[in-house]
Design a protein around this ligand. Structure first.
Ligand code: ZN
Length: 408
């Protein structure tokens, strides 16, 4: 085999799926200086690597995760659903050594790359590791919680954190945590901040069955849980926003991610649908399956005209950070076609994170973030082969550099 120089690479394989244009059978991709320079079919000009039956797709986008939990060996116990799981997360966070957070994030980044994920929307709570040139594109979404009005100093702390992440080379955004953990009085300032600085936003909404009722009545098991942690103020009334309220706010940001949306009623879904120019839904199928004993209602989202992107959520609720495994579950459950699922995992994920100009498709002039998949058997149809559980991630290129696996 002739091995071209790494900075100028041509790879030929059975299928190339650029996404957004037809698949190329017996396709090849040219890469130079970290950028896709050409796509074609047949024999490429000059020396090339022949990967025979492999399939090439754009790097996967994990639009929602919490990398800070990536050092967990296995998910926390999810029995009892979200309300029982949250105290286990809180206990785990309290017990961990805060100095291990950066290591956990680094571990999550490495695991993601090995799984073919080259862009990530990460919910950030504390410090963050130094950026490496081979890292995926990461949008760091600073998490905000609080049932009291945010003080000027807390807002300033958030701004300082965002500025430091930005100067470290990360893209940034804001993540109001959830309607049950954040006072509605904070919504305006957070959304104004995001809008003013063109930041994306992400929020857990419609995640649990009792969430909406709690935001309307301020009573029930959610209140009991918050009181247990002494975070529910006893000396004043807390105004919570419903999912529909928050959707209205999120839509003012340049891009708003509704994370989960599993328990939306028709009114809330309608609210999201009317604002779909700037909003999308990010579903985390395996996490939802574990915590809510059901799969995301993707057909409802699609019928409402909403874009759907995919996330893994964290290793506190999921055994790994593989978007390919999320796709497999969706397709094997009959919720979407393989082609739809792959589009959600690439193109739609890029849009969700505001990265549609830099990832999600393979096209000349775009960064060469590429996944090489190796099906076990020869296939006449690439989409089904990708979602076959026997297909493995053979190699991953980030900006044209091999960051995982092998092209041999
Ligand atoms: Zn989450």
């Amino acid at each position: 085999m002739i091995r071209p120089r790494a900075e100028c690479l041509r790879i030929r394989c059975r299928w190339i799926l650029p996404i957004g244009r037809p698949a190329l059978e017996s396709g090849w991709i040219g890469i130079s200086g970290g950028i896709v320079t050409s796509l074609g079919q047949g024999i490429p000009p000059g020396p090339f690597i022949d990967l025979e039956d492999a399939i090439i797709v754009p790097g996967f986008v994990n639009a929602h995760t919490h990398l800070e939990f990536s050092n967990l060996q296995s998910p926390l116990d999810t029995s009892g659903g979200l309300l029982a799981w949250i105290p286990r997360v809180v206990a785990m966070r309290r017990q961990r050594d805060p100095h291990t957070v950066c290591d956990a994030i680094t571990k999550g980044i490495e695991e993601s790359l090995a799984a073919g994920v080259t862009a990530i929307g990460d919910i950030v709570t504390t410090e963050y590791p130094t950026k490496k040139s081979t890292d995926p594109q990461i949008v760091c979404l600073q998490e905000v919680l609080g049932l009291s009005p945010l003080s000027a100093s807390r807002i300033q702390t958030m701004r300082t954190r965002l500025a430091s992440l930005r100067s470290a080379g990360y893209r940034v955004g804001i993540s109001p945590h959830a309607p049950y953990s954040l006072s509605w009085t904070n919504s305006h300032s957070l959304c104004t901040e995001a809008s003013k600085h063109s930041m994306v936003m992400a929020m857990h909404l419609g995640e649990g069955p009792l969430e909406e009722e709690f935001t309307k009545t301020s009573s029930g098991p959610w209140k009991d849980l918050l009181q247990q942690y002494d975070v529910w103020p006893l000396d004043r009334v807390v105004r919570l926003g419903t999912a529909a309220d928050w959707i209205m706010r999120l839509s003012k940001a340049p891009r708003g991610m509704i994370v989960h949306g599993t328990f939306f009623d028709d009114v809330t879904l309608g609210q999201a649908s009317r604002r779909r120019k700037t909003l999308c839904v990010v579903v985390c199928p395996r996490t939802t399956n574990r915590l809510s004993d059901r799969l995301p209602p993707i057909q409802r989202f699609l019928a409402a005209g909403l874009r759907v992107a995919l996330g893994t959520d964290s290793r506190a609720s999921n055994p790994d950070l593989s978007i390919l495994r999320e796709i497999e579950l969706l397709v094997s459950s009959g919720l979407v076609s393989p082609k739809q699922a792959i589009s959600m995992a690439t193109h739609n994920g890029a849009w969700a994170l505001g990265l549609e100009r830099t990832c999600g498709i393979l096209a000349p002039g775009r960064p060469a973030d590429v996944v090489v998949l190796q099906p076990e058997k020869k296939t006449g149809e690439p989409y089904s082969a990708i979602v076959d559980p026997s297909t493995i991630v053979r190699a991953v290129l980030r900006k044209g550099r091999l960051v995982s696996g092998s092209l041999d």
